[in-house]
Design a protein around this ligand. Sequence first.
Ligand code: NAP
Length: 256
Amino acid sequence: MTIREGLLTGRVALITGASSGIGAAAARVFCDEGAAVLLLARRERQLKELEAELTAAGHRAVAVVADVTRAEEVGRAVEVAVERFGRLDAAFNNAGFGTERTPLHLMDDALYDTIMDVNVRGVWNCLRKEIPAMLAAGGGAIVNTSSVGGLVATPVAAPYVTAKHALIGLTKAAAAEYGAQGIRVNAIAPGTTRTELVEAWFAGNPGVEEALHAASIQPRTALPEEVARAAAWLCSEQASFVTGATVPVDGGFTTL
Ligand code: NAP
């Protein structure tokens, strides 16, 4: 089959959290835009099914089961991307983990640690393994998934809000350090996005979806593909002068 010229034609991209939600949508969008993709997450069945779907459609995709909190596993995934596709020039560090809606003073310390580990240490590990490969490739583009919770406080989610704010600081620091070497680093801040977990949350909490819509300029919930397209654009040369930025993909939630 012929694959059309896309935003990411010829690029090799690593996508974390590719087993579901925004990451799985990004795998499809990045492939449609011409990238070869390394799919990273912990759930093997979902990753393998996505790898099979993408390769059957004529795309280049390989799945690597890894935990972003384990630096050596992330390093192995980067090695596989380079072995299989020759280089690494884009990364969507998207794996993340939310929080039960528990007041700060009742929150379990272990849950705080897990949320910080996955959302902050996980991206730290990714940056430290991806950047050497991008330096070897002569440059690259990285997008980290923060959240509207990285820009404003969202209710009863203190560890998540803390982690997603920290991720914006880490994004700026990495952008400043590696800009001169041709690596752009940005973040996206999605608003509520229609993933399986969000669907379950809406189903269990009547009225929540409507309340969120009322707080946005665009009164609806994002589709995962809409968030993924922002990440694809930031990874592409179309965003060649964008670095250190956090792009809200939130239908105006943080504008009001
Ligand atoms: P999701 O479907 O739960 O996706 C989370 C992904 O992260 C899964 O693929 C999960 O895969 C992976 N993951 C979690 N912990 C991991 C670990 N330790 N190592 C490797 N992979 C790990 O939810 P989503 O909404 O698409 O979330 C994607 C990102 O968007 C997250 O950073 C989230 O905070 C952010 N976000 C989401 C929304 C929303 O409304 N959906 C809004 C703002 C921001 P495995 O379980 O297979 O490892």
